[in-house]
Design a protein. Structure first.
Length: 198
């Protein structure tokens, strides 16, 4: 990148003579030489926007946090957007609670380390027995105070079970997963529609 230098007096005279003979392409938009040489406006001449004053904070006072922020769609939303892979008539009956599950597992009170192998065992055994619709009860989770800047999910099992059902070794055995009807547990349970065992 070339360094800029100031013009010597003879170069300045030459530049002025050339500039007087030049015709501007856009006369109304081209600034004059005086405008180009004018100093930059100072801070006092500019109208600076005053920032909003910061509210005083006392030691021991709680910070105000925005509640209800969620960065990803809810489990219900992601399940309703999932493509339908089972018979539409059977799915409609299942969603309205008209089909009763042939087996159920309740994961209430289990840790993630306990619940994951239990779920795998339950689903694979149900498929090997020729069952088609099973119910997985996770519970809705306890709502706790969310005082941190990062949103906290309610119900660890409620959010982990659908992910486990999409991963091996369970994914090949499952045709559809949907939130249960109210009479079977509502948002605290999932219908798992299994593929036929081969």
């Amino acid at each position: 990148m070339a360094r800029r230098r100031t013009l010597r007096p003879e170069e300045e005279d030459l530049w002025q003579s050339v500039a007087r003979t030049a015709q501007p392409l856009h006369p109304q938009k081209s600034p004059s030489l005086d405008q180009l040489r004018s100093p930059l406006p100072t801070e006092s001449s500019q109208k600076a926007e005053q920032p909003e004053p910061i509210r005083t904070f006392r030691v021991g006072e709680r910070a105000q946090t925005v509640l209800g922020h969620d960065l990803s769609p809810s489990i219900s939303d992601s399940m309703t957007r999932a493509p339908l892979r089972m018979d539409a008539k059977a799915f409609a009956q299942m969603s309205r609670g008209k089909l009763s599950p042939e087996a159920r597992i309740d994961l209430h009170g289990m840790t993630l380390a306990e619940a994951h192998p239990e779920l795998i065992r339950f689903v694979l055994n149900a498929q090997s027995q020729g069952l088609r619709l099973v119910l997985v009860i996770t519970g809705k989770g306890k709502r706790m105070e969310d005082s941190g800047p990062i949103p906290q999910r309610v119900g660890v099992l409620k959010h982990s079970v659908p992910q486990w059902l999409r991963l091996p070794p369970l994914a090949p055995a499952i045709l559809q997963v949907a939130e249960a009807h109210l009479k079977h547990g509502g948002s605290g349970a999932y219908y798992v529609y299994l593929r036929r065992s081969r």
